[in-house]
Design a protein around this ligand. Structure first.
Ligand SMILES: [Cu+2]
Length: 406
């Protein structure tokens, strides 16, 4: 764009004061006090290759050989590039420019690698709100879930709120292998209604399943890269959470599957991630599976799941980007059953009512704050969900995150 706006003579002048343009003003060099002295006898008429009254070309007057247009173009392109770099918001430990869209929207994990020897600490707060039941795509009233003529359960969940505090650590083992660990602490609250109209609430909280993954780069070009996600999760989350329910009072009883904190099994978490950065925007896509290995101590295994997502982010400035994202998730039913749970009493205790497919849409903001700090937020809503039910539907998902690279 500069190329069109500036007369070629001024460009030649600018060469004598590269700092004038390197500062990124993009304005006319003669307005810059630093540029003023050499401009002196040069005027707008001094175009290289065109003779002025005294028989010299503009460039010759300034002590340059005349440049071809191609040479000027190339030089300008280089200067513009330098310009962009100087304007960028922050640099990482290796001195490379950090842009907000270098990282995926905060709801996506294991999306990027780090350079050899670089660390990253992160904290995410995630909240999922669920409320009301569905079977397939249709909503099911609580009365239908509880009615003897309907689904015939004696109690039903009405809402489930899940809050996760996720602590993450990443380390660049080499430039193409990063290891990542994620430690989640979960707090859950489920509200219920019984057939006779009583309401009660159960809670569970604590450490959930810790995930460890190696991110291995398999492809890289100037603007995009791909890596494998070779992860697993350990059965660190409890599957024996108890609380007092309406029918168990005053004793505590084992809570249904969605109120447990872990899977109870070692799970493989293989995946592949492909991301790209273009001037002004970035994009990415990720496929991640969760495969349960065997059955847990309670003689069941949670359903395998598949998560597919794709996003695009517009870099409004060098410090802030705005993203949109779609996510498709598919979960299978539970294999086996916890024999202490009564599947006929509560749909959340029925291992055959856990499957579902959901399509979610998200919007998010990433910000680079300097000194390796990033802040991000993302909120999402299901566009459609098809559930084995009655099963609680998802209403909203919010993730807030802070990341620190060093
Ligand atoms: Cu990281």
């Amino acid at each position: 764009m500069l190329r069109r706006a500036l007369p070629a003579g001024l460009l030649a002048v600018a060469l004598t004061v590269p700092c004038a343009l390197a500062q990124g003003e993009g304005g006319l060099p003669e307005q810059d006090p630093m540029a003023a002295p050499p401009v002196g006898e040069a005027s707008d008429d001094d175009v290289p290759g065109v003779e002025s009254a005294d028989g010299m070309t503009g460039a010759e007057e300034l002590g340059f050989d005349a440049m071809t247009e191609e040479e000027l173009d190339q030089l300008l392109a280089e200067m513009e590039e330098e310009d962009e770099l100087n304007l960028a918001g922050d640099t990482d430990a290796a001195g490379r420019i950090e842009l907000p869209g270098d990282h995926a929207p905060i709801g996506v994990m294991q999306d990027h690698l780090h350079d050899k020897g670089d660390w990253m600490l992160s904290y995410r707060f995630m909240r999922h709100d669920m409320g009301g039941n569905r079977k397939a795509v249709e909503r099911v009233d609580d009365a239908d879930v509880l009615s003897v003529d309907g689904f015939g359960f004696s109690e039903t969940p009405t809402t489930l709120t899940m809050e996760t505090h996720m602590f993450g650590l990443m380390y660049g083992v080499t430039d193409s292998v990063t290891v990542a660990a994620m430690v989640p602490f979960v707090e859950q609250e489920m509200k219920h209604l019984t057939r006779s109209g009583e309401r009660f609430t159960t809670e569970s909280s604590g450490l959930a399943d810790i995930t460890v993954a190696a991110l291995v780069r398999i492809y890289e070009d100037d603007t995009s890269q791909a890596h494998l996600n070779l992860g697993f999760s350990a059965p660190t989350g409890s599957i024996t959470e108890t609380d007092t329910t309406f029918s168990s009072a005053p004793d505590e009883t084992i809570l249904p599957y969605p109120m447990q904190l872990g899977s109870g099994t070692w799970d493989l978490r293989p995946g592949i991630t492909y991301t790209g950065q273009e001037p002004g925007w970035s994009w990415g896509t990720q496929a991640l599976a969760t495969l349960r290995l065997g059955r847990n101590d309670r003689d069941y295994s949670l359903g395998d799941r598949l998560d597919l997502t794709a996003w695009g982010a517009w870099h409004a400035t060098d410090v802030v980007s705005f993203s949109t994202r779609m996510a498709l998730s598919r979960v299978k039913n539970i294999d086996g059953a916890d024999s202490e749970l009564d599947a006929a009493a509560n749909p959340a205790a029925d291992p055959t009512l856990r499957a579902g497919t959901r399509l979610d849409a998200f919007v998010g903001v990433n910000a680079v704050l300097g000194a390796g700090n990033r802040l991000a937020v993302e909120a999402g809503w299901p566009l459609s969900q098809n559930l084995s039910g009655p099963q609680l539907e998802t209403d909203t998902m919010v993730t807030l995150g802070w990341q620190l690279s060093f």
